[in-house]
Design a protein around this ligand. Structure first.
Ligand code: ZN
Length: 141
C-alpha cells in the first residue's frame, strides 16, 4: 500500500525530529510563548504536540485497515473458480472500514478517502503522488 507506507514514513520522520529537538528524559517537553505570533505558532507545534499528533494519526490508520481481496479470501475462504482467482481486482487494496457495507465490498482499488486526506498533509513532499489526492481518479493504486 504505497500511500500508507508513505504516510508511515512521514510520521516516523516527524517523530524522530520531535524527539531530537527536546530531551524528553529530563522533562523538557512543553514550550511556552511570549505572545509574539511566531512564538505562539512554534509553541503550538512543540515536540510534545507533534508526538501526540503522530500517535493520533497512527491510530487513525489502524482504524482504516487496508487489505487486498486475495488477503480477505485467505482469511475468510470462499469458493472461487480458477478463473475468478485470476481476476486483477484480487490484488487491489481496499479499506475494510470504508469500502465494505453490510459485508458487501463497495469499492476496490486504492486507499480510502480518510487515508487520502491524511496523506495530503505531505502533498508537497517529493515522494507524494498526485494520484493519491481525494479528487484524483480512483482505482489507481
Ligand atoms: Zn477507510
Amino acid at each position: 500500500m504505497d500511500l500508507i507506507e508513505f504516510v508511515l514514513a512521514r510520521l516516523d520522520e516527524d517523530e524522530a525530529a520531535a524527539r531530537a529537538a527536546v530531551d524528553f528524559d529530563h522533562g523538557v517537553t512543553d514550550w511556552t510563548d511570549d505572545g509574539d505570533p511566531t512564538d505562539v505558532h512554534i509553541a503550538r507545534h512543540d515536540p510534545a504536540q507533534v508526538l501526540r499528533s503522530v500517535s493520533a494519526t497512527r491510530r487513525l490508520l489502524t482504524l482504516h485497515p487496508h487489505i487486498t481481496h486475495r488477503q480477505d479470501l485467505e482469511r475468510n475462504p470462499f469458493p472461487l473458480s480458477e478463473r475468478d482467482l485470476q481476476l486483477s481486482y484480487l490484488d487491489k487494496w481496499y479499506c475494510t472500514r470504508c469500502d465494505v457495507d453490510d459485508g458487501i465490498l463497495t469499492r476496490v482499488g486504492g486507499a480510502c478517502e480518510t487515508v487520502r486526506a491524511v496523506g495530503e498533509a505531505w502533498a508537497t513532499h517529493s515522494e507524494y503522488d498526485e494520484a493519491w489526492r481525494i479528487d484524483a481518479a480512483r482505482d489507481d493504486e
